[in-house]
Design a binder for this molecule. Sequence first.
Ligand SMILES: [Zn+2]
Ligand SMILES: [Zn+2]
Length: 178
Amino acid sequence: MKIRVDQIPAEGKTYHLRVREKKANQYFSLLKDSDFSALSDLTGTVNVWVQDGMIIVEGDLKVDLRLTCSRCVSHFRYPVSQHFRSIYAPFYETCQEEELQLKPYDMDVSIYNGEELDLDDVLYEQVFLGIPAQALCSSECKGLCPICGANLNEGPCRCRVSTSHSSFEALKCLKLKG
Ligand SMILES: [Zn+2]
Ligand SMILES: [Zn+2]
C-alpha cells in the first residue's frame, strides 16, 4: 500500500496492512541469497505521522517464516512478531547532511522519494530485521555429523564417538589431580 506524504493528516493515521503470502514470496524470491520464505500473510498495524518532512512509522508486524537451520540445514517455522519504529527521510533532505545530523534521532533513517512511501516495503524491511543472524531450529539442535553428514537430531550415526565416555575420562583425571 502506497501512501502520499501530503495525504497524511497532521494528527497521523493508522493503517491496517496485509501483504498476501504469495505476493511477499514473489518479492523475497527476487532477492539474492534469500534462503527464507513466508508461510503466512504479513500483517501489521502502523501509525504514520510526519515530523519535519520525515515520515515516522511505528507499529507491529506479524508473519510466520520458513527458515533454514544454520546447523542441521532443515527447514522450520519461525514466527516473527516485531514492534518497530522507523524514520523515513525525503531523498533531497539527506543531501544536507549537516542539517540531518542536528536532528535528535538516534535510530536508523531510511530514505523515501519525498512524495510517497510504500508501506509494504516498510513491512518487508522489518521482516529482514526479524530474521536471526544465526537461525536455529532449536537451541538444542545437534547439527550434522562432520564425517557422514547425518542429521544428529534424528539419532546418532555410526561414526559418532561416544562423548559420555570421553567426559568420564576427563572426570577421572580431575579426581586424580585432586
Ligand atoms: Zn537444526
Ligand atoms: Zn556420522
